[in-house]
Design a protein around this ligand. Structure first.
Ligand code: ZN
Length: 1162
């Protein structure tokens, strides 16, 4: 036999019979206007036979370089002969039934879908249509549809939908034809426009004829029918129609039937599909109501409870829980208003914005709920509104600044120099002549008394007491015993050992008795002014008779050189809070000694969230079990104090405290509501409160129910902090990470759109944790992170001043007064010049400025601990510290937002605004600390002393490690791919040096988390404004995790104050290295260090991940995400189930997953 030359032959054994036949087929297609039907029929019949009998022929046809598929499709398109068509469809069915997605991909790419749909259409015109032909076409479409992204549109435009629907209606009993038709319908229905159209054609009702109670027969048909119904019910219009016809009770009954009869759990997927229908139909309010009316909550709850012990049924439990959460009637927060309990009258109220809104709200308006949920059913889905299905959603981030002009640092002098000149008084060191000053190591020498040219009204308020001498102008040298020996105490060198805490031991019994008396309240007596001078003491310690025991204060002086309880109370007196707090929290009074134990990041226990949610759902199922007893209420101070010994006592009326309400839900479970930031109606994240009257050894569950962030590190191993006063007294005064069963999830309390930035239908989140108390009669404190009050800062600054030596130049100025009447300190730290010789003065005055700020966000207490580490290092006796002081002049504003800190705010100042969004145009009245800090920087720029480094310390609630955000034009441009010419920009890489050095030396620091992209949403932050307007190239935000580290030495551990303080010290050492790298004189001597810069240049082009724009969430999804992301009003929920390939709509068209086997799983 002659072997014809053919296109299909390339590289393939010419002996292949099937290829030869294909070649003949190709010629038949090509040569004739009237192809010989008989020949084509024979050829295709032979090919079909070969394929059915010889495995290898399939490979030959589909092999690389083969044009077999084209030839087959061309033949299909050309022929009208039924037998030939059936032959070809048979060939295709054989070819596509194996090989997964690749072969289908080839079929789709060669236009196979359109040919098949065309064939379907013409077959549908026959009356009656050929059953065999319809069967074959649908079998093929069922294989192809899920892999063709455009299948839904193609089918609709082609008019294929009706053909399938009509066929189905006529063949409901024909199970052979039913299955492939349903499979195709399921793919059609996954397109939202199709779903609406199919619904109008009565397909929803049709599906209810197919699905039904438990049966071992036709489970495949049932499963596909349910999935189709589920897809159709995503359309609100279909859902409404279905609810009207009673589908919700019907589905519930079917579900119960399967639950009862499928005892061996062979049909889990069918049961899940029934739940899938319920899940979608309850996306509409009507559906949720129908479910409640049909006792659906109880049905789902009890079936889920029965499923819980079988792990393989988890998908059922998860989906049930999702539905129950969605249908759980939305509650309002039990509050009279969501506005903060405390109000602060602003000197002037902004014309618009959230603060103005709060002020302008008429009294009596219920802002706790609004009509968020009620207008949903008015929306009608149209066929047109979802036509954008072809638009692929690009993961484009539109927050990145693309305007090159805005990216270029442009020094702007917004205030006239004459005005800026008033800041000269904060730089007296630059005009100081140091005449008559004794330099060197003489112990008697005292540096010049700090000149603090402050306006008279800004004088710090110091209340002298009988317990401590007035310290308003301390002479630290006379007070530091270590100094007399010429060696100041070096606390860093001392091991932190708990044994070293001296304690007056009391008998166990005695201690308890004392505590019941003395652990009542630590209150400042407001009447105890400077005149009577009793000072602040715990109630009943000093004024009562001698029989009363004195509260033992742990002696931590050796371990906490900057802490002094008496001094703390002294400081509290001049701290002004809006509520006028007089109580002092014990932890702030006693101090915190970082424990010497490892505190690992908590491993999340599987199913915690589910368990918690089920407990929440039980509130609805068994309302009789709920106590609902208000035990603490700031709005209603008259709430009676509970004395039954069964109920916890709450309190947070002290500096930085912010608990608003506590409700006992069950015997040992409490719902807690946090107060909003002052002059605001939201920002709930930070918390700090006191608990007492607890029973020992019983787990207590606490739920903070008005959290707002959509995710939290509490889902990734972060624990809350607890401070036990009993522990403190017996020798461990410390905050410890505690709490089990911690998770964070969306709850059923609806958020008013007023507080959600206008967004409707939002819910709050619950942060839940469980604690078992160890001590009777204890007083325990809980906090979001290690508290650090404004009074603590003042105490630390006072103690730091005592560390001053003649070599240290330290000056504390009052930068300004805050809205709340507190003073904002500004520190100047450098080394006193070697002498008053001109050269030395010259060196002194030419030192570059390093400008540091912290705690603009009150809830980020970690920033203060890092700042404490920085300050302590800078004031320390080490040679490195001395070198640093000789190298730079440090200007430090350690707390940019004292009012926010004092009043327990999370984010804002008293103006109700985020101060770190005010840097572009700060108001001297509303944002004085930012206005004047910026003024200092503007003054420096105007006098050609632009700081070398600016860094603002922050805390990050959603990421691990410590990292920096900086500003780089190039790295921003790289992210946006604007245009090539802009990439020719010259940019000094200096901004990368400091983070790079830090990553080499600070264990908590992670370069990989750093970002140097300028975002539009951040354009009014300190970092961006100081870079753009002041012209500081190295302008940073340093973010410290609130949780812990996932790299480096502290990998797997939660972060503590020791690590945070170390970070602050390491930052200083990094500045010292930076100095060596940036000083031209020293470059030659430190050539090896230049490697850092070289290294940077080398890796510049390779670094991609470190420069990648940092997304909001960088944590991997955890197992329970399906529950976690439940959103009542989401039309389409991302289906995170492991069986997601079950849903053709979500299948990646290019994947090779074995979608064809889906029914065999049943
Ligand atoms: Zn912050």
């Amino acid at each position: 036999m002659n072997k014809p030359k053919m296109a299909t032959e390339k590289g393939i054994p010419s002996s292949s019979r099937v290829l030869m036949l294909l070649g003949q087929l190709e010629r038949t297609n090509g040569e004739a206007l009237h192809p010989d039907t008989e020949v084509t029929r024979q050829l295709t019949g032979k090919i079909l036979h070969l394929i059915q009998t010889q495995e290898k022929t399939r490979k030959e046809i589909m092999g690389k370089g083969s044009s077999g598929m084209e030839v087959i499709l061309a033949s299909l398109e050309n022929t009208r002969d039924l037998q030939t068509i059936l032959n070809i469809l048979g060939i295709l069915n054989e070819l596509l039934s194996v090989g997964g997605g690749r072969r289908v991909g080839v079929f789709v790419s060669k236009g196979g879908t359109a040919i098949l749909l065309q064939l379907l259409l013409s077959a549908g015109k026959e009356s009656p249509p050929s059953e065999e032909l319809m069967l074959q076409i649908h079998c093929l479409l069922a294989k192809v549809g899920p892999k063709d992204r455009k299948f839904g549109i193609k089918a609709r435009l082609n008019g294929a939908l009706n053909v399938t629907v009509n066929l189905l209606k006529q063949n409901l009993q024909n199970h052979k034809l039913l299955l492939p038709c349903l499979q195709v319908l399921r793919v059609y229905a996954s397109n939202s426009v199709n779903a609406v159209s199919l619904g109008k054609s009565g397909v929803v009702d049709l599906m209810f004829k197919i699905i039904g109670p438990y049966s071992k027969k036709n489970t495949s048909v049932l499963k596909v029918g349910l999935d189709t119904l589920s897809a159709l019910l995503k359309s609100k219009m279909n859902a409404r129609r279905a609810v009207d016809r009673g589908c919700v009770p019907a589905l519930l009954a079917i579900y119960q039937d399967w639950h009862r009869n499928d005892t061996r759990h062979r049909h889990m997927l069918i049961r899940k599909s029934i739940l899938g229908c319920l899940k979608n139909v309850t996306n509409i309010k009507l559906g949720r109501k129908a479910l409640i009316d049909a006792d659906g909550m109880r049905i789902l709850y009890s079936t889920s409870t029965e499923c819980l012990p079988v792990r393989t049924l988890d998908p059922l439990v998860n989906t049930s829980s999702l539905i129950m959460r969605k249908c759980f009637p939305k509650n309002r927060l039990p509050l009279p208003t969501i506005k903060s309990v405390f109000h602060f009258q602003l000197p002037n109220i902004p014309a618009e914005g959230p603060v103005a809104q709060i002020y302008n709200q008429p009294p009596g308006v219920d802002d706790v709920v609004d009509e968020s949920d009620d207008n949903e059913d008015a929306e009608m889905d149209t066929e047109m509104d979802t036509e954008n299905e072809e638009e692929e959603k690009e993961a484009k981030n539109d927050d990145i600044e693309t305007d090159i002009r805005k990216l270029r640092p442009a020094k702007v002098l917004t205030r006239p120099f004459d005005e800026l000149r008033s800041y000269e008084r904060f730089f007296v060191e630059l005009s100081e002549d140091f005449q008559g000053f004794e330099f060197g190591n003489t112990k008697t020498a005292v540096p010049p008394a700090p000149r603090t040219p402050q306006p008279r009204h800004l004088q710090p308020i110091v209340v002298p007491t009988d317990r401590a001498p007035p310290l308003s102008c301390p002479d630290p040298l006379l007070k530091t015993p270590g100094m007399e020996k010429g060696e100041p105490p070096r606390y860093e060198d001392q091991p932190l050992s708990l044994e070293s805490i001296a304690l007056t031991k009391a008998t166990e019994q005695g201690l308890d008795r004392e505590l019941t008396h003395s652990l009542d309240k630590l209150t400042l007596d407001p009447s105890a002014g400077p005149e009577n001078g009793t000072g602040a003491v715990p109630d009943g310690t000093q004024e009562e008779n001698a029989e009363q025991a004195v509260l033992e204060v742990p002696d931590t002086a050796a371990l906490l050189p900057l802490h002094d309880p008496d001094l703390y109370l002294e400081m509290v007196k001049s701290t002004r809070s809006v509520p006028g707090y007089t109580e002092v929290a014990y932890p702030d009074y006693f101090g915190h000694v970082a424990p010497n134990v490892r505190e690992p990041i908590l491993e999340r226990v599987y199913g915690v969230q589910r368990t918690k949610i089920f407990q929440d759902i039980e509130r609805l199922i068994h309302p009789g079990d709920i106590l609902d007893k208000v035990v603490y209420d700031l709005d209603l101070q008259s709430v009676p104090v509970v004395t039954d010994g069964e109920t916890l006592k709450f309190n947070s009326q002290f500096e930085s405290g912010n608990l608003r309400k506590a409700i006992q839900v069950r015997k040992n479970e409490y719902d807690l509501i946090l107060n909003s930031d002052i002059n605001s109606n939201h920002y709930h994240q930070w918390f700090y409160f006191e608990v007492s009257n607890m029973s020992v050894g019983q787990p207590y569950r606490f739920n903070i129910i008005n959290c707002e962030k959509s995710n939290s590190q509490f889902n990734y191993g972060m624990q809350v902090l607890m401070y036990s006063v009993q522990e403190a007294i017996s020798g461990s005064p410390c905050w410890e990470r505690t709490g089990l069963d911690i998770c964070y999830y969306k709850n059923h309390f609806s958020r008013s759109s007023i507080a959600a930035g206008g967004q409707k239908g939002k819910s709050y989140y619950t942060m839940t944790f469980t604690v078992t108390f160890q001590h009777k009669d204890d007083v325990c404190y809980f906090a979001y992170h290690y508290p650090y009050t404004y009074s603590a800062l003042k105490m630390h600054l006072r103690k730091l001043a005592e560390m001053r030596t003649p070599q240290i130049y330290l000056r504390e100025d009052v930068l300004c007064e805050t809205l709340g009447g507190n003073l904002c300190p500004l520190l100047t730290i450098t080394a006193t010049p070697e002498s008053s010789h001109n050269d030395h003065l010259c060196q002194f005055r030419n030192r570059p400025v390093v400008f540091l700020t912290a705690r603009v966000h009150p809830g980020e207490t970690n920033a203060s601990w890092v700042m404490k580490g920085t300050l302590e290092f800078l004031m320390g006796p080490s040679t490195q510290a001395q070198c640093l002081r000789e190298a730079y002049i440090f200007k430090i504003v350690p707390m940019l937002n004292p009012d926010g800190v004092i009043n327990g705010n999370h984010r804002c100042s008293l103006s109700g605004e985020d101060l770190n969004r005010q840097w572009q145009n700060p108001s001297p009245e509303l944002h004085p600390t930012v206005y004047h800090t910026k003024g200092l920087l503007q003054y420096l720029a105007a006098t050609h002393r632009t700081p070398l480094v600016f860094c603002d310390y922050h805390g990050h609630s959603r990421k691990k490690n410590v990292f920096m955000y900086g500003c780089s034009v190039k790295e921003t441009v790289w992210q946006t791919n604007v245009n090539a010419t802009s990439c020719d920009l010259h940019e000094d890489l200096g901004y990368r040096t400091l983070p790079k050095i830090l990553s080499q030396m600070a264990p908590a620091f992670s370069l990989a988390s750093c970002s140097f992209v300028v975002e539009r949403s951040k354009e009014a932050t300190a970092r961006v404004v100081v870079w753009r307007e002041i012209g500081v190239q190295r302008s940073y935000t340093m973010e410290s995790t609130l949780c812990g580290c996932d790299q480096g030495k502290y990998k797997g551990l939660q972060i503590g104050t020791r690590e945070l303080e170390e970070m602050g010290a390491q930052f200083c050492i990094a500045l010292l290295r930076l100095k060596r790298l940036t000083s031209p004189l020293e470059l030659r001597n430190h050539a090896h260090l230049l490697d850092v810069e070289n290294d940077l240049i080398d890796t510049r082009c390779k670094i991609t991940s470190p420069t990648t724009y940092v997304m909001e969430e960088d944590e991997p999804a955890f197992l329970e995400e399906v529950d976690y992301s439940a959103e009542s009003n989401d039309e389409i929920e991302p289906d995170m189930d492991p069986e997601f390939h079950d849903n053709p709509a979500l299948t990646d068209p290019l994947s090779d997953s074995e979608i064809n086997n889906q029914d065999s799983l049943i």
